[in-house]
Design a protein around this ligand. Structure first.
Ligand code: BMA
Length: 298
């Protein structure tokens, strides 16, 4: 069985009591290489009464030891994200860093929540330009952009309607067409309830490598890996049958939401994939795998 190896000093980022905005939880994070460092853009919770998320930033030379910024670098500003910005993914595309995230629009006390995929871009992680929300299904999340156009079109994975993974195509990043469901939960497995995109796909000679999450009927979130066709990304070329990580460690089992490993970002470094993930909606961990070992299993 192929699985990720957790860093022995996990978790690598934990809530900070000295900062109101991130004292509750720091978890699901986007990851990219910026100025030769690993940059994480992470979801932070300060106040449990409102449970509104913002984004914090952390930088590291070695991919394990991170320096965090004292203030959040992106906070809800637009009407469509009034109740929080969550689960960011970073895709370097057209010479910019695009950030796709869950923009929470309404939070009805009875529990109904409306959210869409928000898009923003930045050159320097200081100034962010908002590009509104896309697709606009009533409840859409796990929006992940591919890092290049395919046959002249931008490509996005997302998850509406639940519980499946969908792909859509666009010429301008605004109008999305050719909506295709390409992966659904598998009965009696670790992913029999919901599946969703994780990190932006990584281009390999064999196909687009996608690290994603699968949820079972006990609401345990595990990680999986699949390869998508380079020219027709709605075709799955291969998939590792078993999860490559399941919640097992104390910081993945116990937190604000129990039994969660949730990735939004993977970077390539020293012939390995560094998978950054949220543990139990509370902390951030990293786990690695040799590129060749993973590719052999796919
Ligand atoms: C998903 C997302 C994640 C979260 C997970 C487990 O739907 O909202 O942000 O980590 O649920 O609570």
């Amino acid at each position: 069985m192929v699985s990720l190896t957790r860093y022995s000093k996990n978790p690598i980022i934990v809530p900070n009591d000295n900062h109101d905005w991130e004292k509750g939880g720091v978890f699901n994070c986007a990851a990219t290489i910026y100025n030769e460092q690993v940059l994480l853009l992470y979801r932070a919770i300060g106040n449990y009464d409102t449970y509104i998320s913002t984004f914090g930033l952390a930088l590291s030379k070695d991919g394990y030891n991170f320096e965090q910024f004292a203030d959040p670098i992106m906070v809800p500003e637009a009407e469509y994200e009034k109740f929080g910005i969550e689960d960011p993914r970073i895709t370097f595309l057209d010479d910019k860093y695009y950030i796709t995230y869950t923009a929470v629009k309404t939070l009805i006390p009875a529990g109904d929540v409306e959210f869409h995929i928000g898009v923003a871009s930045t050159l320097d992680f200081k100034k962010f330009e908002r590009h509104g929300t896309i697709i606009n299904e009533y409840r859409d999340k796990d929006g992940v952009l591919f890092p290049e156009k395919i046959n002249g079109r931008y490509v996005l994975m997302h998850r509406a309607p639940e519980p499946d993974m969908w792909i859509a195509y666009s010429k301008d990043l605004k109008n999305w067409t050719d909506h295709t469901k390409f992966f659904a939960p598998i009965e009696n497995s670790w992913q029999d309830f919901k599946v969703g995109a994780g990190a932006p796909p990584i281009k390999t000679d064999e196909g687009w490598l996608e690290f994603y999450h699968g949820v079972d009927k006990n609401l345990h979130y595990s990680l999986g890996a699949m390869l998508l066709d380079l020219d027709e990304p709605s075709k799955i070329i291969s998939r590792i049958e078993d999860p490559i990580m399941i919640p097992e460690e104390d910081y993945e089992i116990h937190g604000d939401v129990p039994n969660v490993c949730f990735t939004c970002g993977v970077v390539e470094k020293e012939n390995k994939y560094f998978v950054y993930y949220g543990g139990a909606d509370k902390v951030i961990g990293v786990a690695t795998i040799d590129k060749s070992k993973l590719m052999q299993a796919l």
